[in-house]
Structures are given as structure tokens and as C-alpha cells.
Design a protein around this ligand. Structure first.
Ligand code: NAP
Length: 308
């Protein structure tokens, strides 16, 4: 069949790029669609301390640039394109429509689209996005030098963002809906012991307030119902992530949250010839190193499936 590619990899985070390294070395000549955030979410983190092989930590952006240049040493093609929709066919070829309007056909597909930030869903949050509301402290933190900021959430991301923001902000207030953190012990203790961070427990943000930019957030204590206003110029939302799997919804098995379901410990999805790796298919671990391992599995599974 004409113009049918062997393998397309959607996503260029740790999963997609590791799949590209393996598939490139296996001479599959994969096409990598790097999507809206080449390098993935790791490019938005500060120091990565838990990726094996970097005892002195490595900046997330630098790690992804290194992974990308490693993948490009092999026979891969990478384009800055995003998928708009997909038509998956058992056994292929699968049709991918890109936001540029171009259409692609491929025999095997590896979905490594990762995840995107979860938002509160408030109208005022939407209104002030990029005007004080952000989901990326590494990207926007430096704008808040000497100013007060809040971080919403109680997981590792929220603790990382809060700690990072103390480099710039005069004070950081973490607002969490419960009275205990979900974050790992080391991340939680670092934030709890940081003198520039205070915690507001059992509280939810009900509105972001301001005129042209953010002046504060309205908070409601979920136990007492008491409402208060916390003044701030920056509001960092760190509520975890949702899988970026919409173009494939209804075509492959996913759980109720949209995570792609894999068969056993493999990278096989419910659709023959379609494999998945990384955060889009992992609601448990969601680490750079596990995503990279899943990318490796997906490339090996795709290679063997193509050979058959
Ligand atoms: P997460 O662990 O899912 O935490 C999300 C946090 O947001 C939770 O505290 C949750 O509250 C809160 N939340 C969710 N929806 C909310 C809502 N609508 N309103 C108010 N609060 C809400 O997500 P994450 O922190 O992004 O971490 C994801 C994964 O990445 C984890 O496995 C984590 O270990 C990993 N990670 C690791 C590092 C590192 O090691 N350096 C850094 C970042 C992330 P509840 O606690 O009440 O559910």
C-alpha cells in the first residue's frame, strides 16, 4: 500500500522518545509527532532528582533535550505536529488527521500522548489564565519576584511548585482540600519545613479575584464553611493531570478517567496494531523512568507485531 508508514509514535516525552530510540535502532524508521509540548511535561519541571544516572540531578528540559538528541542519532523523523483525530482499524492501516490538515496512514501506532494539567474548572480561573493563573511554576515563577503567590493541591507537583516558587515569591501559601498531603514524604517535608511556605488545610478555592490581573483567591473551609480571601498575585494550580487521549476515545479501551488500558504487562491496547506507553496509559506510577520503560516495551511490541 502506498504512503503507509511502518510506525508512527504520537508524543515526544520520555515514553515517545524512548520508543523512538528503540524503533529507530530496529530500522523501523518511525515518524514521531512531537505534539503541543515537545519533550512533554518534564520540560516544565525544575530539577529531576530521581532519574537514574544523574546523581547530581538534571534539569527537566535538559534531560528531554538529551533524550531527543539521542533519538535523532537513529533513523527517525520528528515533526512538530499534533493529532486532531484518529481512525483506528483492527490490524491497520490507521488514519491520523493532524491539526495542520494533513492525513497520515500507518501500520502500527504507538500512543505516548502523556497527560495535561487538571484545572479547577472555575470561570474566574479561565479568565485569569496567563494573567496570574498558571499550571507551570517553572515557566512563570520568575514573574512573581517579591510577590505573594498561592499553590493549590497536595501532591508531589504542588510541593515541588511551592518549593520552587520560594526562590522568587515573598511568600507561598499552599491551599489543600484535606488535612494531609498526598505528596511523598521527602517532598512533603521539604515544603512543610520551608519557612516561606504556609499551609491552608481543608480548604477549596471558590473564585480567583482581580481586575486586570489576579489580586487574590476566595477560599472556603470545607469543614466550617468559613470563607476568606487570600491576597496574591500568582495562583498556581497543581491538581495532577488528566490523560491526553481524546482523539482515541471510543476506539480503544480506556478507564473512566480516560487512561488507555493495556493487556497484561504489555504495551498492547485493545486495538490490534495500536500500542500505548507513558502517562496516557499509567494512572499508578506516572514517573519519567516508568514512562521511558513503557516506551521501550511499546517499541519492542510494535516491532514484533510488524514482523509477524
Ligand atoms: P496527584 O498526586 O494526583 O495530586 C493531585 C493533588 O491535587 C492531590 O493532593 C489532590 O487532592 C488535589 N486535587 C485534585 N483535584 C482537585 C480539585 N478539583 N480540587 C482541589 N484539589 C484537587 O498529582 P501530582 O502531584 O501531579 O503527581 C502525579 C504523579 O507524578 C505522582 O505519582 C507523583 O509522585 C509524580 N511526581 C513526582 C515528582 C517528583 O518526584 N519530583 C514531582 C511531581 C510529580 P487529594 O490529595 O485530596 O486527592
Amino acid at each position: 500500500m502506498e504512503n503507509v508508514r511502518n510506525l508512527v509514535i504520537v508524543g515526544a516525552g520520555p515514553a515517545g522518545l524512548t520508543a523512538a530510540i528503540y524503533a529507530g535502532r530496529a530500522n523501523l524508521n518511525p515518524l514521531v509527532l512531537s505534539g503541543p509540548l515537545p519533550g512533554g511535561l518534564l520540560t516544565r519541571t525544575s530539577d529531576v532528582e530521581n532519574f537514574p544516572g544523574f546523581p547530581d540531578a538534571i534539569n527537566g528540559f535538559e534531560l528531554m533535550m538529551r533524550l531527543q538528541s539521542q533519538a535523532q542519532k537513529f533513523n527517525i523523523e520528528m515533526v512538530s505536529e499534533t493529532i486532531e483525530s484518529a481512525e483506528l482499524v483492527p490490524g491497520g492501516p490507521h488514519k491520523l488527521k493532524l491539526t495542520s490538515g494533513e492525513e497520515l496512514l500507518c501500520k502500527a501506532l504507538i500512543i505516548a500522548t502523556g497527560a495535561e494539567p487538571r484545572w479547577l474548572g472555575l470561570e474566574s480561573e479561565e479568565k485569569f489564565k496567563n494573567l496570574g493563573v498558571s499550571a507551570c511554576a517553572t515557566c512563570d515563577g520568575a514573574f512573581y519576584r517579591g510577590l505573594e503567590v498561592v499553590v493549590i493541591g497536595g501532591g508531589d507537583s504542588a510541593m515541588e511548585e511551592a518549593n520552587f516558587l520560594t526562590r522568587f515569591a515573598s511568600h507561598v501559601t499552599v491551599i489543600h482540600r484535606r488535612d494531609s498531603l498526598r505528596a511523598s514524604k521527602i517532598m512533603a517535608e521539604r515544603a512543610l519545613n520551608n519557612p516561606k511556605i504556609t499551609f491552608v488545610w481543608n480548604s477549596v478555592v471558590t473564585e480567583v479575584v482581580g481586575n486586570t490581573d489576579v489580586d487574590g483567591v476566595k477560599v472556603r473551609n470545607v469543614q466550617t464553611g468559613e470563607e476568606s480571601l487570600i491576597p496574591c498575585k500568582g495562583c498556581f494550580v497543581a491538581l495532577g493531570h488528566v490523560p491526553s487521549t481524546k482523539p482515541f476515545a471510543g476506539q480503544i479501551e480506556m478507564d473512566e478517567a480516560g487512561f488507555i488500558q493495556l493487556k497484561g504487562g504489555s504495551a498492547y491496547t485493545s486495538m490490534e496494531g495500536v500500542f500505548a506507553a507513558g502517562d496516557c496509559a499509567d494512572k499508578t506510577y506516572r514517573q519519567a523512568i516508568t514512562a521511558a520503560g513503557m516506551g521501550c516495551r511499546a517499541a519492542i511490541d510494535a516491532e514484533r507485531w510488524l514482523a509477524e
